[in-house]
Ligand binder design. Structure first.
Ligand code: ATP
Ligand code: MG
Length: 459
């Protein structure tokens, strides 16, 4: 097949050139080759070489290098303010713990290094003069959009079960379909994921979830069973085939969830929240006299389950809190008014509020078609109101208020909780549109408020 132009960056080419001028062999390898063949621009260029760590050190004498990792064969060369990793050809030793090879062995043939890599599309090398080296047919698989293990899939997943999730990620990102033996081994070996460190699973899950929506939907449907073996996520097992028994829904819980996931923008917090937003439904189900199921309290229950799962997955706190808050609020339908927009902007900030609206839109797109238009119209109104408040520079936080604590102290107020209460009262009045955000007006009101709160009926 014809090979598209590879836009190898200058420093990477210089590193290859240097090694080869010293009598070694060197190639660009892995993700950068795959992405270049797809016409995408690689986010980094991994380089590999026949040179041993000592030979690399000698070859780059006088160059700015960082030797961390040299024991495992990796030297980092610093050129044009970027790090370039060069690794000695390696073959992995045994994988007795199913996650990391017990030892690495340096080898002399690049083919051997390629053979330890996970998928054919990741096991290609490229050189500016020698061109593509593709011993496992990765280019043809890429063209045919096939995900295929290098070697025996079952063995490869036994060695390192994280490859199972990596496979799902590459399938979703590039629209690949796992060939039969690879797909079977993914399902069969999924239990081994329990041996993989939770933070490694979490990292892969995050990468998987930001794949383009339509492809992600297909992959998650086929590999739903993988998600269910991840720490804390066993409760997702209830979703496939779960009849929601409610006129707002025409799909089972998994299909509803998938529709929500693929409809929200590819942002980690949003995709995770969409995936887990209805996890609380099964435990909150009640059925009324007409045979209709209700799920009162499911956002809170779902937030609790998501919180526990994300903790077990060692998800970083900031992301966990964002996801849990989104899930807890996903069913909150506040009537769209300007004061409400100011209030919610003040409470959540712009990003979290827009994320919430995006999650609600995604959730809505997973509802039965006739229930969607009124909800979508309400979300449009909400977006427009948020735009309006921001465009007009309206006041929605204490910081935006034309008066602050010091102004009140200067006007004779006492320091203490009363001061904060007065400021929050003023903010509320401005958000509701009952007061102008003007210093004199606010001072007047603060005095009235303080006077009123000291009168007997307010004590
Ligand atoms: P990305 O664009 O997401 O970085 P990548 O292909 O570069 O994709 P990396 O995780 O950076 O993925 O790994 C670089 C290369 O190392 C892969 O292309 C693959 O050849 C090899 N590799 C990485 N992890 C594994 C693994 N667990 N098992 C086998 N080979 C692996
Ligand atoms: Mg990479």
């Amino acid at each position: 097949m014809s090979v598209p132009a590879f836009a190898i960056p200058g420093p990477a080419a210089a590193i290859l050139e240097r090694l080869e001028s010293r009598g070694h062999e060197a190639w660009a390898v892995g993700g950068c080759v795959r992405d270049s063949l797809l016409g995408l621009s690689p986010h980094d260029w991994d380089l590999c070489t026949s040179a041993t760590p000592e030979e690399m050190t000698a070859a780059f004498s006088g160059w700015p290098v960082i030797p961390t990792g040299l024991r495992h064969g990796t030297l980092t060369v610093r050129l044009e303010k970027q790090n370039w990793e060069v690794t000695t050809y390696r073959a992995d030793g045994d994988y007795t713990d199913h996650r990391r090879p017990d030892s690495v062995r340096f080898v002399t043939r690049v083919e051997e290094d390629l053979s330890r890599r996970d998928f054919t599309v990741n096991a290609m090398a490229w050189h500016p003069v020698r061109g593509l080296l593709d011993p496992f047919g990765g280019a043809a698989d890429l063209k045919a959009r096939v995900l295929r293990c290098v070697g025996d899939p079952r063995r490869r997943f036994e060695e390192d079960a994280l490859r199972i999730l990596r496979g799902a990620r590459f399938a979703a990102r590039y629209g690949l379909t796992a060939e039969e033996a690879t797909a079977a081994a993914i399902h069969q070996g999924r239990g081994e994921l329990r041996r993989v460190a939770p933070e490694r699973c979490m990292m892969e899950l995050r990468r998987l979830l930001v794949a383009p929506g339509d492809r992600l939907g297909l992959v998650l449907r086929v590999f739903w069973d993988l998600l269910c073996v991840l720490p804390g996520l066993a409760y997702l097992r209830e979703m496939p085939g779960y009849d929601q028994q409610n006129p707002h829904h025409d799909r089972d819980l998994m299909e509803h969830t998938l529709a929500a996931v693929v409809s929200v923008p590819p942002k980690e917090a949003l995709r995770l929240a969409a995936l887990l937003h209805d996890g609380g439904k099964p435990c909150c189900r009640t059925v009324d006299g007409k045979g209709v199921a209700h799920y009162y309290g499911h956002p809170k229950a779902g937030a609790g389950l998501a919180n526990a799962a994300l903790r077990r997955l060692r998800c970083e706190n900031a992301l966990r809190v964002k996801v849990v808050d989104l899930i807890e609020r996903h069913d909150l339908w506040v009537p769209p008014t300007l004061p409400a927009a100011r209030r919610w902007l003040g409470r959540l900030g712009e990003e979290a509020l827009r994320d919430l609206l995006a999650l609600q839109r995604g959730d809505t797109l997973g509802h039965a078609p006739d229930c969607q238009p009124p909800r979508l119209a309400r979300l449009d109104q909400w977006e427009a109101l948020v735009d309006q408040v921001l465009a007009e520079g309206d006041c929605f936080t204490l910081r935006d208020l034309a008066i602050n604590g010091n102004d009140l102290l200067a006007a004779g107020f006492q320091a203490g909780p009363e001061l904060g209460r007065a400021l929050r009262h003023l903010l509320g009045e401005v958000q509701e549109g009952r007061l102008e955000n003007d210093k004199a007006v606010l001072l007047d009101e603060a005095r009235n408020y303080a006077g009123a709160s000291q009168s007997p009926e307010h004590q």
